[in-house]
Design a protein around this ligand. Sequence first.
Ligand code: SF4
Ligand code: SF4
Length: 290
Amino acid sequence: MKELTIISGKGGTGKTTVTAAFATLAENKVLADCDVDAADLHLILTPKELARNDFIGGRAPRINYDKCSKCGECFRLCRYDAISFSEETGPEINEFACDCCALCAWACPEKAISMLDTVNGRWFISATRAGKMVHARLGIGEDNSGKLVALVRRQSKQIAETDKLDLIINDGPPGIGCPVTAAITGVDLVLIVTEPTLSGIHDMERVHGLCRHFDIPALICINRYDLNLINTRKIRNYCRENNLELVGEIPLDPVVNKAQVARQSVAEYDCGLVSQVVREMWKKIKRELF
Ligand code: SF4
Ligand code: SF4
């Protein structure tokens, strides 16, 4: 079984356009939408939910007021100012300020504070016309998205094993932070989708650095390559200097938006130039993977 992750560094480069195209071209695969903060693969693949589960992302303190002696020790110790205190009502925890460090629970002389599991989001298994998909939604303002990405990947791997599938395609999150690391570690191949803008190039270099750090083979694709040919040349040079294969250059074409509005991948929508480029790219990636 092989695993491919598609990342971009910066959001809005067309990563999901490419992922959706591969999803509809690849056979015998499971999809994992690892962009748990702003998942969007489902907009194209219109999934039908098969299973819904809570994501337990951490533990938070809860006060048992029957045990609390209103000593104020938790209030004095909390370094995040997350506990307010009055002698009449005792302590009160502000869950938005709390860092869940557990110091108050550890220090409470009455053992009145317990750390309890918290539901930080949901994850889903859905059926799509391109096969099963695992996706998730992190609760508003919640962190731990790296942990949720790892869970999405674990679940998709389990499906791949049970259904005897050859491939997992991960739509990676934007950026280079913890969720991206969680989406690329241990995969067989990373495709970096970039665009010919200064921020696009900068982010491509950063995510490539991350791949190098984890020793993961990477390929490059330029989306909207004809937007700025000078910057496209810079990306080509970067690939040459770093021995990176440039697997495709997708032109700027309104067909991408038209396909999105029709809730289809560009490979499904028509057989025009963009469709041909992504099909060629997919052939190269398949060769690299298998
Ligand atoms: S440390 Fe424990 S007993 Fe003291 S105020 Fe806090 S919860 Fe109550
Ligand atoms: S868990 Fe830590 S941050 Fe949260 S209320 Fe207790 S001491 Fe403060």
